[in-house]
Design a protein around this ligand. Sequence first.
Ligand SMILES: [Zn+2]
Length: 593
Amino acid sequence: MSKEGSKKILAVPSVRRGNGSGHLHRMLHLAAKYPRRVSLFLDRNGELSPGPTINLKPYEEFIRSEIDFRRLKEESWSYILLDQRQTPLSLFARLRELIPHTPVAAVDEGGKFRKHFEYLIDTLPSLRRQECNLFNPDLNPRPLRRRLYLDCPERFEKILISFGGEDPRGLTLQTLAVVRSIPFLSRSAVTVAAGPAFGDLRLPPGIKVLYAPENLREHLSDYDCLITSYGLTALEALAAGTPVISVNPSRYHSRLAKKTGLLVCGTGKPDAGSLKKALENPRKLIGRCALAEESLKSGTEESLSPVDLSPAPASCPGCGKRKGNAVGRFPERTFYRCPSCGLVYQQRWVPDTTVYNHSYFFDEYKQQYGKSYLDDFGHIRSMGRARLKNIHTRKPDPTLLDVGCAYGPFLEAAREAGFRIEGLEPSKEAARWAAEHLDCKVSAMGLDEFVRKNPQKKWDAVTLWYVIEHFPDLESALLQLAGMVKPGGVLALGTPNCAGISARRNLKNFLAASPSDHYTILSPKSVKTLLRQKGFRVEKIRIPVLHRERFPVLLRFLWSCTGRLGRLLRLGDTFEVYARRIDKKGKDTSREE
Ligand SMILES: [Zn+2]
């Protein structure tokens, strides 16, 4: 899939007063790198706008396309990427109104809506270990011009003071006054970076000014030392090999600076004593900054970037209601529990690429269970015999369709039990093998195509063993299945259990281990709700003890104990459902076979 060919990402950086220009720079950088994939929306002119706050003139050429908010509706967006620090409710509500159902990701979000966003990207170390989908410091543009800390001079000859695009606390002039009062720096060159929103800076003679530097990060390695607040520029300087001293506008910033390993010389205003001490001893500061830079580099093994993301909508695939809060966040997906039907489901942010082919049944199955699907045929057939004891069709010579029948072990057991069998299997190889081996009809296609080709056909029993979790649209699959079961007939399925012992012990680990092609994770409770809505009555829930013989002897004993206990408490990691289609007299007009 070409990144450039995908739907566009609507990046919405903050341009509000007090938020600095880092958010804007970051999104400009992303848009400039992927101009056909990323569009920028700045809420400075439209109804959303609290008024223009930052002079954007120097950056105008970097804004590839500033979307008029009325045109937002006309385009189909992949997702909204908020870079707002703390997203205001008014902005979020307006975007929701204009482009509803568009997934939302947020970068370094610190606001109270954080947990409501579908996808969270953090680029900076946080104070609390907040859950995010992706930690990716690489989203922050890194300077191309760098030097080694070893090359830093023994005396700071060139000092840069930079407090962002706005410097709302006026730290620039206060810090400059302290630096100028230090006698041993009298011959050092001091430069002040004046942000676009600074207005008139009355500076003493001899002070150099970088006015609204477009690309400050590429200048950082020219200086022996940077005095700044905790933020992107500080981290860029560390990457550029320039020692950093932090003077911060708030305690929050100072705590973050310390956590990153930066020296803090003042909160709210510069602290003259510690600033002087730090500037007096360059070696110590250089060592500290080199260490901080090293620690920032580690733990950045994630390689996903915002342009790699292409999310699916996040409404519940079981009942269609809007999503609840996230219960698990991972780089490729977010899990939710539906507040309405209780279903746990994944919203994929990177599309799944599982193909149900030879390798799926042989290599991947072997990886998971230690043998190939065909080697396991006899075992699966014997499990099928146990399952068939729960399928009572009340009809002589009953028909049975096994959906996702693979190589047909359950079909073989069903024939032994007296059913007229038929299979449906998307893998052509498995379908052909099963048809030849069992001498029965096996359609090699997906459920949608099968229903299209057999719109009226119904069976006394329709079964799905570890298949239902593979349908991205569970509701439509259940409706199709409901239409395939004769009134009074049985729908039977087995699936992983989201209320089982593993999920209860550690939901996050359970979700992390859930295969990428399991779109929904049912529980006995949610399956009852969903099947009732589709015209079924659940007659039996069976919690099987699976895979026991795959464990060593001692573990098997323990397993049988926990298994029995689990069954008693309904805590198995998988479960089976046997449901009967309720015969509504007069309502079902389909023909009986
Ligand atoms: Zn639901």
